[in-house]
Ligand binder design. Structure first.
Ligand code: SF4
Ligand code: FE
Length: 489
């Protein structure tokens, strides 16, 4: 099948029979639900760009499995050039949607599971890799959206999976049958599950022998028996239920996070890609994290570009675009987003070929990238709020703006420069509000902090990946403690 169009993607979602709950009710027509639809529009953009002739090279590629043309979000990375294109595509989509477009997690998971299963088979003589290739060919052939399911709910963070009071705090195998396995547990903060056809389950951390039932990776249709989805709230989400679109800010696009419950879900063997090989869980986790922390060097600068544009527009509307301190703040904002993107590009060009043949982003640099992402978006939001002014959090509602009695006062008193309509100024304020506080990714800030792993996770990886012996040797040598031969007399 050719690449799906955005419309075909949306229609394909209607065929899923999800068990989805939101605001205490089962949601039947979730595709047209006003709270959920913006997040579907954001994913749909990943399908749309693949059909734009000028973006063809960025948004689609040749399948490493079949040689067919596939959407980049369903592809294996065949080179460092593919890794670079991935990050550039993510920046472009961040700019287009101003939100999380959700499909990267699956792309990153696919690449991590591909290379890990290959190495598992080499060591254990298992057949996970062949199974995975067959499943991925099905995903690519149907241009499916895959959700990468890693983050377990974790319970008591001080205890390992098998030592928890409730043994379901990490997804685990509860039964091994001749035809497959049964798994139970829940994955938290799952990006885009409701908008995906498949989920690719992975372990969430390094596992030991006693936790081997928790070392499990498999693919599950999002509407499989036993999968229950509970929609995550976002700040200001009920604004989407109101009449009008001004108060929503980014009225067309948004992110989505879901609590995904796996209640005794049966998975046939041909969809199982790890089952007890606990010594490979860390490889899968670190490679996935390496990819997804690279991804943040694409989407986050893209969304940052929109915030910078909104801040600069507010400076124009307020009549102060040439003020020295405003220009300096805008310059600082641009420096921040370009630094994020530079990190995303750096870990891509420094990528390396795995034994399975696909390319892995440089794990140290990807973690440095994500560590910066845990900080810079906060500063970007702070500067945008600074430039825009306090009205970001005090602007009256659209209903008041349209009101026959008080509307005229808002029109008059919230005006900035004479030639910009008050409505434009209010729209820009609510855009900054929504991007800064919620509704987009779901929030540019908190998502940047915890998405793809909380800050400490990167610091652990930075420590693990850094060659400290080398650095000490360098210092010892220059201090004259170690003898060296390469100094000219
Ligand atoms: Fe993609 Fe960024 Fe959303 Fe992750 S947070 S799925 S990288 S857009
Ligand atoms: Fe994310």
């Amino acid at each position: 099948m050719a690449l799906k169009t955005a419309k075909e993607y949306v229609e394909s979602l209607r065929r899923l029979k999800l068990d989805l709950y939101m605001f205490g009710e089962k949601v039947e027509n979730w595709v047209d639900n006003p709270v959920i639809r913006p997040s579907i529009n954001a994913v749909a953009m990943t399908y749309k760009v693949a059909h734009e002739p000028e973006l063809e090279e960025l948004a689609s590629t040749e399948s490493m499995l079949t040689g067919e043309k596939v959407n980049r979000f369903a592809s294996l990375f065949k080179s460092t050039d593919d890794l670079v294109k991935k990050v550039k595509l993510q920046r472009l989509l961040g700019q287009r949607t101003g939100s999380c477009f959700q499909r990267c997690v699956g792309m990153d998971a696919v690449n991590a599971v591909f290379s890990t299963t290959y190495e598992m088979d080499q060591k254990y003589g298992t057949e996970y890799h062949q199974r995975f290739r067959a499943w991925l060919a099905y995903v690519q052939g149907n241009d499916l959206c895959v959700q990468g399911a890693m983050t377990d709910v974790k319970g008591d963070r001080g205890l390992s999976p098998s030592k928890q009071v409730d043994l379901d705090m990490f997804v685990h195998v509860v039964e091994r049958r001749s035809d497959g396995i049964v798994i139970r547990g829940a994955k938290a903060n799952q990006t885009g599950t409701v908008n995906s056809h498949e989920m690719l389950v992975m372990p969430t951390l390094r596992m030991t022998e006693e936790d081997k039932d928790y070392a499990v990776s498999c693919a599950i249709p999002t509407d499989a028996e036993g999968v229950h989805l509970i929609y995550g709230r976002q700040s200001c989400d009920t604004r989407k239920l109101e009449e009008g679109d001004i108060d929503v800010g980014n009225y067309a696009f948004g992110g989505q996070e879901v609590l995904t419950v796996l209640d005794n879900v049966f998975v046939p063997w041909d969809r199982v890609f790890m089952c007890g090989e606990h010594d490979f869980s860390v490889m899968m986790v670190e490679r996935f994290a390496g990819y997804h922390r690279q991804s943040y060097g694409g989407c986050k600068p893209g969304i940052g570009d929109v915030i910078i544009g909104a801040a600069a527009a507010m400076a124009d509307y307020n009549g102060v675009p040439r003020a020295a301190h405003i220009r300096d703040k805008i310059a600082e904002m641009n420096h921040l987003v370009e630094t994020l993107h530079a990190c995303g590009l750096a870990c891509s060009t420094e990528g390396w070929k795995t034994s399975a043949g696909n390319y892995q982003s440089d794990i140290l640099l990807a973690n440095v990238c994500k560590q910066n992402v845990t900080r810079f978006p906060y500063e970007l939001c702070r500067l945008a709020e600074d430039i825009a002014g306090g009205a970001v959090v005090t602007v009256p509602s659209e209903k008041d703006f349209r009101h026959p009695v008080v509307g005229k006062y808002i029109e008059k008193y919230l005006k900035g420069v004479a030639d910009v309509p008050t409505e434009d100024r209010i729209r820009m304020l609510t855009l900054i509000h929504c991007m800064s506080f919620g509704l987009t990714a779901p929030s540019y800030r908190t998502e940047s902090l915890h998405g793809a792993g909380s800050p400490q996770a990167q610091r652990i990886m930075i420590e693990r990946q850094t060659d400290m012996d080398l650095k000490k040797r360098l210092a010892r040598s220059l201090a004259g403690i170690d003898k060296r031969e390469d100094v000219l007399a």
